[in-house]
Design a protein around this ligand. Structure first.
Ligand code: BEZ
Length: 249
């Protein structure tokens, strides 16, 4: 799973859309009061807190100690732990696993699905949303064009079919899945795309000095301005895979 440390303050202030979009996912999980829920990749804990407000008993896990520390500071009444999505274990099996905007970072995805299935009770529910096939394709393509390189995509953006296969191999039944375009406005005006790439796109800019990275970012802005800039803000070409799967009894 992702091991680099995030700038938690910047993540909260400028990239809060990451968790704000996730609140609709809680309705899909629809936990009952008292259900035990694991928030996989909890970040700074906002959705863990929203899940707990439904009356569920929630534990948040994240691979980044800085995120977990921030989550614990914000919500001292809740439980957060540093754990890796590819090999986490729970002491007591859970009714639900919830994951927002995380699983595209997690490789190998088979290991994460195995850990998720193992954590769930029979009949337990897995609800997730993350980048699906074609996510940020224009952005990745522009960086590849400017860098004159291919295959720079550091993320895992599966189709519905690919991900359903992984789940079914672990005894999970997919009961709902959609792949949806969700053009996503980025904050910070004219430099919103550059700042998004600096915050999230480390893999795309790998091996570049700060000056070289800035040259690439300017080139990417030039290539994409007509398609992704509306005159006030950049709109990222997000595509979300959203799904529900049940662990078969
Ligand atoms: C996403 O949420 O789709 C995403 C975020 C950061 C990097 C790549 C994709």
């Amino acid at each position: 799973m992702l091991t680099e440390s995030w700038d938690t303050e910047r993540y909260q202030n400028q990239h809060s859309f990451v968790w704000q979009y996730g609140t609709a996912l809680i309705d899909l999980l629809a936990p009952n009061p008292g259900d035990r829920i694991l928030d996989l990749g909890c970040g700074t804990g906002e959705l863990t807190h929203a899940l707990a407000a439904t009356g569920a008993t929630v534990v948040g896990i994240d691979a980044d100690p800085a995120m977990v520390a921030r989550a614990q500071q914000q919500y001292p009444q809740l439980s957060f732990t540093v754990a890796d999505a590819t090999n986490f274990q729970v002491e007591q099996s859970v009714d639900g696993v919830f994951s927002n905007a995380v699983l595209h970072w997690v490789k190998p995805p088979e290991k994460a699905v195995e850990a998720i299935a193992h954590a769930l009770k029979p009949g337990g529910k897995f609800v997730a949303e993350f980048g699906g096939k074609g996510n940020v394709q224009k952005i990745i393509g522009a960086v590849e064009t400017v860098r004159e390189q291919t295959s720079l995509n550091p993320w895992y953006f599966p189709s519905i079919g690919e991900y359903a296969q992984l789940l079914e191999r672990q005894g999970m039944e997919v009961t709902f899945a959609v792949l949806i375009d969700r053009p996503t406005p980025l904050n910070e005006g004219d430099r919103g795309l550059a700042n998004w790439l600096k915050m999230f796109g480390g893999g795309l800019l790998a091996g570049l000095t700060p000056d070289e990275a800035e040259t690439v970012l300017r080139g990417v802005e030039t290539l994409l301005r007509d398609q992704l800039y509306d005159g006030h803000q950049w709109i990222a070409d997000y595509r979300r895979l959203r799904l529900v799967a049940l662990k078969q009894a």
